[in-house]
Design a protein around this ligand. Structure first.
Ligand code: BES
Ligand code: ZN
Length: 383
């Protein structure tokens, strides 16, 4: 058991002597002077203050805050996964595409952006996660087998998991298929004071996967592999929520077969203004190559627009947390990195700048991804 903060002096002393925490006494994300361990590239770490983390982010340096996950022997898992070489379920899955509703995404995003900020340390950030929990729970109510549960953190905003158990659940063949988005937003000037509607980053991904979840559940979807929808807290704090979840999954030896992150799914203006075709941006760096190849096939079959390859850099979103413990993960964004939304992390990341038709394409990709992998034999021949 790890203690994120040193609550009792005795515990701190024994944890430190056991090598669990460093000599840095205070590590709480709530204290500006707290010392946090950040990783800015593979094998490159440094201790900086919580306040300096914000400076690092403002300067455009990407990092994971690994303070709570820096075991001397990190827990990793090697899942045996074989991805399908072809699209196999389009005929059964494609009728569902017409049920994905732009109106639902509009209503949900209007609600989600009405919270002043969804900063993970804020009370409105906590309120927004409660709203999301209630919304997901209401969708899942038609099927008693679906479990919706918050994943609690040392800060007030919770992460959220919705699990659709597969027929394979509890067997060695099960390969959990995960779709993720992050629910928190941030205003980089002064996160605890200024507003952050976070319409694109990542309200768009949140409502994209929410609408895919609703479409599948209302169709009576019964997968072979277990399917999970995740909404992470504290991505903007250095992938904190997703690291907590995936390190817990690795510890519990849960066989995640594939994880797809949807972070920023709605901004197309720069692409269109520069005369380029509207496309889905398939990230090619720091992702699982075979899973990414499979995702390109899903885009070609299920979406009405093409994909374009692009790069995002180290630890750019929550798929990096899945990859860190050994799970195959991938990331699809609204455009090339260069043409992505320039208004994120500010009060100007608003709904009026977004295309819901584009979000629909991301939802179609998500539905195809889930459907194809839910019925594939991902465990391969060796199991
Ligand atoms: N959605 C962004 C990542 C992003 C930005 C992707 C621009 C594509 C284009 C994400 O929420 C974010 O802000 N990530 C942080 C890194 C995180 C680990 C602190 C970033 O980019 O600074
Ligand atoms: Zn962001």
């Amino acid at each position: 058991m790890r203690f994120p903060t040193c609550i009792v002096a005795l515990l701190c002393a024994s944890a430190a002597s056991a090598g669990l925490v460093s000599e840095h006494s205070s590590q709480s994300v709530f204290e500006p002077n707290a010392q946090r361990l950040v990783q800015t590239a593979e094998g490159i770490t440094q201790w900086i203050s919580e306040a300096d983390k914000l400076q690092l982010k403002r300067s455009g340096t990407r990092f994971m805050d690994i303070t709570e996950f820096a075991e001397e022997e990190p827990i990793t898992i090697d899942v045996n996964v074989t991805f399908p070489s072809n699209i196999s379920f389009y005929d059964v899955a494609s009728p569902l595409l017409a049920n994905i509703s732009i109106e639902n995404m509009k209503t949900n995003l209007a609600n989600f952006t009405s919270f002043y900020t969804r900063y993970y340390k804020s009370t409105t950030g906590a309120d927004s996660s409660t709203w999301l929990f209630n919304t997901v729970k209401a969708i899942a109510a038609v099927d008693k087998s679906i479990r919706v549960f918050p994943f609690h953190h040392p800060w007030p905003q919770t992460s959220l998991i919705a699990r659709i158990p597969g027929i394979n659940s509890g067997t060695p063949e099960d390969r959990v298929v995960v779709v993720g988005a992050h629910q928190d937003s941030i205003n980089l000037i002064f996160p605890s004071f200024f507003g952050a509607p976070g319409a694109d980053d990542d309200g768009s991904g949140t409502v994209t996967i929410l609408e895919t979840f609703r479409t599948l559940v209302s169709s009576g979807f019964k997968p072979n592999n277990t399917v999970e929808f995740h909404w992470y807290s504290a991505e903007e704090g250095g992938l904190l929520g997703s690291q907590a979840i995936f390190s817990e999954y690795a510890k519990r030896r849960i066989n995640v077969g594939a994880m797809l992150q949807q972070d920023m799914t709605g901004f197309v203006k720069k692409t269109i203004d520069s005369g380029k075709p509207e496309s889905l941006g398939v990230i090619t760096d720091f992702v699982h190559p075979e899973l990414t190849e499979f995702i390109k096939k899903v885009v070609s079959a299920y979406a009405s627009i093409p994909y374009v390859e692009t790069e995002c850099g180290y630890a750019c979103s929550d798929h990096a947390s899945a990859a860190k413990v050994g799970y195959p993960s991938a990331f699809v964004i609204e455009s090339t990195f260069k043409d992505s939304n320039p208004f994120i992390h500010s009060t100007r990341d608003t709904i009026d700048r977004l295309s819901f038709e584009h979000m629909l394409e991301h939802a179609k990709l998500t539905l195809g991804f889930v459907y194809e992998l839910a019925f594939a034999n991902l465990a391969g021949e060796e199991e």
